[in-house]
Design a protein around this ligand. Structure first.
Ligand SMILES: [Fe+2]
Ligand SMILES: [Zn+2]
Length: 399
């Protein structure tokens, strides 16, 4: 009898411990998480921020805290309408520090300039890096690398200045376009990161009022293709978009509604056929990115708050350069790497195999354009538990 009780007792202990192990193995531990926000620059008059910006900021704080995200990526137009004049400009405090005041948002903010920032002094925004504990803008263009927890994989972020690349102003003192282009080429070429992310202000493609950026098609797109970049994040048009051409492996996202919101799709016809996978311009928002050993998951989120759309993208395959394969005569063979293109970078979502679309649009979605094929789901996805916890963002309406 006593022996039976002993077995029962140890069985209970085992169940408790196994539950503990399970709870330890949640996504907080095995993923790298960050958000991409753009065009967050407030207004130049009191109160120096907009109601929409504050709603986005509040949700960004909540999500960053809940998922223990490691950094924020800011893709330009940091201060409307004319940037900042010097490193002591009050707008740093009034538009940035006060708006993004949630303690969870005291993580590094990787910043880059937009066209509005270039109307003033970019060096002031770079210099603010030394005064701030979180504003991280060490140079006109720069790169940061992160390890994916519990994985041998890495993520590299390359922040570029598309104003300098395409609309260079000689008086600014910033390096000329060729210097940055050479740096981008070398940095991409050297990268062995499994997830290679480029961020800049101007979009490669956009259905919005600004449309495609022709200069980037000419200068940047060949490099993104050549080195098999995973994702290009931009802002500039004040909405949220995911664009992917069937003829390319690169995913283009626009996260430009950190402050102003513009739903117009003036240039939709100029996009490659069926490349606009998703767009949203009814509320401000940002793109949450969760990266683990298997995939990079981008979740388009608005400040209503709703999770609107999710896509999972597989890592690149990177192989060491093989000396018998000549790729480019003027490349240093020792440090080069060959990147094999994946036949399909999109990871199908389980339980949705019969659906022709590759991505998931969440419920509560307001589909502005019915020609974009999306479908709704709240429970039948591969991460049921995770999704239901994320949906709780909406519990306390953020207004
Ligand atoms: Fe903007
Ligand atoms: Zn802009």
């Amino acid at each position: 009898m006593e022996y039976t009780w002993l077995v029962f007792y140890f069985l209970n202990i085992w169940v408790i411990l196994s539950k503990f192990e399970f709870s330890k193995g949640n996504n907080d531990d095995n993923e790298l998480c960050f958000s991409v926000i753009g065009d967050m620059g407030g207004i130049p008059n009191p109160p120096y921020s907009t109601a929409s910006q504050k709603r986005v900021a509040k949700l960004l704080g909540k999500v960053t805290g809940k998922l223990k995200c490691k950094f924020i990526m800011g893709v330009g137009d940091n201060f409307y309408f004319d940037g900042v004049k010097n490193v002591n400009d009050p707008r740093f405090e009034l538009t940035y520090e006060r708006t993004y005041s949630d303690p969870a948002l005291h993580v590094p903010w990787y910043m880059i300039a937009g066209n509005h920032d270039h109307l003033s002094n970019i060096s002031a925004q770079i210099a603010y890096t030394k005064l701030s504990k979180r504003w991280h803008y060490p140079d006109y263009f720069y790169t940061e690398s992160h390890k994916i927890p519990k994985s041998s994989k890495t993520l590299q972020i390359i922040m570029i200045d598309t104003m300098m690349l395409c609309f260079h102003n000689k008086r600014s003192g910033a390096p000329p376009p060729q210097v940055q282009l050479k740096w981008i080429d070398e940095t991409l070429n050297k990268s062995k990161a499994n997830y290679l992310v480029v961020g800049g202000h101007h979009p490669m493609y956009s259905a919005g009022t600004h449309g495609n950026t022709n200069c980037l098609h000419e200068k940047l797109k060949p490099l993104l293709e050549k080195y098999n970049v995973t994702v290009y994040f931009s802002g500039h048009d004040h909405n949220l978009q995911h664009i992917k051409d069937d003829n390319s492996s690169i995913h283009y996202f626009i996260s430009g509604s950190g402050n102003f919101v513009d739903p117009r799709l003036t240039n939709k016809d100029k996009l490659p056929n069926n490349s606009l996978r998703f767009e949203h311009g009814s509320y401000g928002g940002f793109i949450l990115v969760r990266v683990n050993n298997e995939n990079l998951e981008a979740i388009i989120t608005n400040s209503k708050p709703e999770k609107l759309y999710r896509i999972r993208i597989k890592p690149r395959v990177v192989e060491k350069y093989h000396s018998t394969v000549k790729r480019n005569m003027d490349i240093d063979f020792e440090t080069s790497s060959i990147i094999k293109k994946m036949p399909d970078l999109l990871m199908p979502v389980e339980n949705q195999a019969n659906n022709p679309t590759e991505a998931v649009a969440f419920d509560n979605i307001k589909q502005v354009d019915s020609s974009i094929s999306t479908y709704t789901t709240s429970t039948n996805n591969t991460k049921g538990e995770e999704e239901s916890s994320l949906l709780q963002w909406g519990e306390n309406s953020i207004r």
